[in-house]
Ligand binder design. Structure first.
Ligand SMILES: Cc1cc2nc3c(=O)[nH]c(=O)nc-3n(C[C@H](O)[C@H](O)[C@H](O)COP(=O)(O)OP(=O)(O)OC[C@H]3O[C@@H](n4cnc5c(N)ncnc54)[C@H](O)[C@@H]3O)c2cc1C
Length: 217
């Protein structure tokens, strides 16, 4: 039976780039940024946050590109990952539907919808009518996918019947400037609910971890 995922999209921060001299990401950005003013002598234990905030407020966002972050997203849909990979300045590795089987066949449902409500009447052969729910349709979908695999279709062929809501995993690496751009467009009111919710959660997390980079968003 297909497993329906509701509000289960999540993130896991895998890495935030720091300096090999022990600098954290803000100190790394400060080190790079002060190249411009030749003012590294002014670096103190607590100068990085002030310096990076100044850069951000003046719009010198290119300096924020010196540090980057890698994030894994789980229990999101293929539709989510398709939107994310449009961000050309990021790097991606995504669960393959060519090489990985439908597995446990998890599917993401919109949070406002009821997976069991029999909303749609299907017209089947011989005049048979059958009312089905989202859950029913995904169960049929799973049967079709597994049936094609059993009949000899290889994964990359059978995947043609997978739904857009099928669960996916993706790892994304981008510099902080690009992450800021992703948050701006993907947490906006007109963004799709799934990517919006997951990105809002990640942004809230980051506001605690590295507020200077993200707390104006
Ligand atoms: C609400 C919403 C609805 C959308 N609807 C659709 C839709 O209906 N159809 C559709 O196809 N897409 C749609 N998209 C995707 C959208 O068009 C972009 O492809 C996606 O948001 C990536 O944005 P971007 O190009 O700004 O960012 P990125 O690719 O992340 O690039 C970041 C920035 O780098 C610069 N940049 C990157 N590449 C270039 C380049 N080649 N030349 C010059 N500057 C560059 C730009 O300043 C860009 O903003 C939608 C996106 C959103 C948020």
């Amino acid at each position: 039976m297909a497993q329906i995922l509701k509000n289960q999209g999540s993130h896991r921060i895998l890495a935030i780039m720091a300096g090999i001299g022990g600098e954290n990401s803000l100190q790394l950005i400060e080190l790079a940024g002060r190249t411009s003013y030749q003012s590294r002598a002014q670096i103190t234990n607590d100068s990085a946050a002030r310096f990076v905030k100044m850069l951000r407020e003046r719009g010198h966002e290119s300096v924020l590109e010196h540090s980057c972050m890698t994030v894994e997203f789980n229990n999101v849909s293929r539709g989510f990952t398709h939107e994310l990979v449009r961000h050309r300045l990021a790097s991606f590795t995504q669960e393959s539907t060519r090489y990985v089987d439908g597995g446990d066949f998890k599917v993401v449902i919109p949070p406002a919808q009821d997976k069991d409500e029999k909303l749609v009447e299907l017209n089947l052969p011989n005049g048979i009518k059958l009312k089905v729910s989202f859950q029913d349709w995904m169960d049929l979908n799973e049967q079709m996918y597994r049936g094609l695999r059993k009949a000899g279709w290889i994964r990359q062929d059978a995947r043609q019947v997978l739904p857009n809501g099928i669960k996916a995993q993706i790892v994304v690496t981008a510099n902080f400037r690009e992450w800021r751009h992703i948050f701006k467009v993907r947490t906006a009111p007109d963004a799709h609910w799934e990517i919006r919710q997951v990105m809002k959660n990640l942004l809230e997390d980051l506001k605690k971890k590295i507020p200077i980079i993200f707390d104006d968003l």
